[in-house]
Design a protein around this ligand. Structure first.
Ligand code: KIV
Length: 319
């Protein structure tokens, strides 16, 4: 029967999973930010670390800001589906980014340019459903915000309403300030992105380190302008570590580095790069696992057993 087949395809972990051990925390002044909510029960004092404590609600921009005040470093990863989002959420990653890198790692394009709002909104919605505590940030893709303030507002609004994300990310500095200001004014938290902004790969003439020499001063000015426009954080991609340090010291909002050295407040990696699923990666990627081999070996073993008739055995069959 169809019902049996659908039920049996649900990952078994969902039926048996133990209560979650939320390993990151949140600021303790929830009632201050939600004046109409009932008073919070006075339990044991919450540890304050963004990563590594205990928390019971979704991470917010206030928690991100407080982490900078404590000089605390934190990790961000990309996610594009509910299951990986759940894994990272349970690992305590406090912020998940539905990057337009989905164009490459999900959709198979050779750059981030082709992906659309229609492509990304369902992925973002899946990540929000999979992650119960991480803040979920979605990238506005190329061509969905550069032309005008109304276009940016309309695109960001789709992510907020249809995917229920908590923030959006846009690439660029002073040239998109009106869009950033308008989104912030509309109540949409905005993460900036400077340096090697992949949506401009054709203008850069390839994926190259940015911000060397005088470009560094321009990037610093862009970062300050984004902060003044209300951005709650700024990604710095592929810039010299010395520049990333200067920007981090100059801003009161957190910087999130990718290929920007150790001086930023936070770090981000594309999860398939971090886990070793992508065969070729940039110098700045550290592979914490070898999923390419693990998955390939599993697929080969499964195939061999099917061909040999040793799977399924009675253990995996119904009587
Ligand atoms: O799209 C993406 O994944 C990103 C991160 C690499 C910062 O923008």
């Amino acid at each position: 029967m169809a019902v049996v087949l659908v039920g049996s395809s649900v990952p078994s972990g969902y039926a048996t999973v133990a209560p979650r051990d939320w390993r990151y925390t949140v600021s303790s002044d929830v009632s201050a930010s939600t004046p109409n909510s009932p008073a919070q029960p006075q339990g044991p004092a919450q540890p304050t670390a963004l990563y590594g404590g205990q928390g019971t609600r979704r991470v917010t921009v206030r928690d991100i800001a407080a982490a900078k005040g404590r000089h605390e470093k934190w990790p961000m990863l990309t996610a594009y589906d509910a299951l990986s989002a759940r894994v990272f959420d349970e690992a305590g990653i406090p912020v998940l980014l539905v990057g337009d890198s989905a164009a490459m790692v999900v959709y198979g394009y050779d750059s981030t340019i082709p992906v659309t709002v229609d492509d990304l909104v369902p992925l973002a919605a899946a990540v929000v459903r999979g992650a119960k505590r991480a803040m979920v940030v979605a990238d506005l893709p190329f061509g969905s915000y550069q032309a005008s303030v109304p276009e940016a507002l309309a695109s960001a609004t789709r992510f907020m309403k249809e995917a229920n994300v908590q923030a959006i990310k846009v690439e660029g500095g002073r040239r998109i300030l009106p869009q950033v200001e308008a989104m912030v004014a509309a109540g949409i938290p905005v993460m900036g992105h400077l340096g090697l902004t992949p949506q401009s790969v054709n203008a850069f003439g390839g994926y190259r380190v940015q911000g060397r020499g005088e470009d560094g001063e321009r990037l610093l000015a862009d970062a300050k302008a984004l902060e003044a426009a209300g951005a709650f954080s700024v990604v710095l991609e592929c810039v010299p570590d010395e520049l990333a340090r200067r920007v981090t010291a100059a801003l009161s909002v957190p910087t999130i580095g990718i290929g920007a050295g150790e001086g930023t407040d936070a770090q981000v990696l594309v999860w398939q790069d971090m886990a070793g699923l992508t065969p070729h990666t940039a110098k700045f990627v550290k592979k914490y696992a070898d999923l390419y081999s693990v998955l390939g070996d599993a697929a080969r073993e499964y195939a061999e057993e099917v061909v040999a008739g040793t799977f399924p055995t009675p253990e995996y069959s119904y009587r």
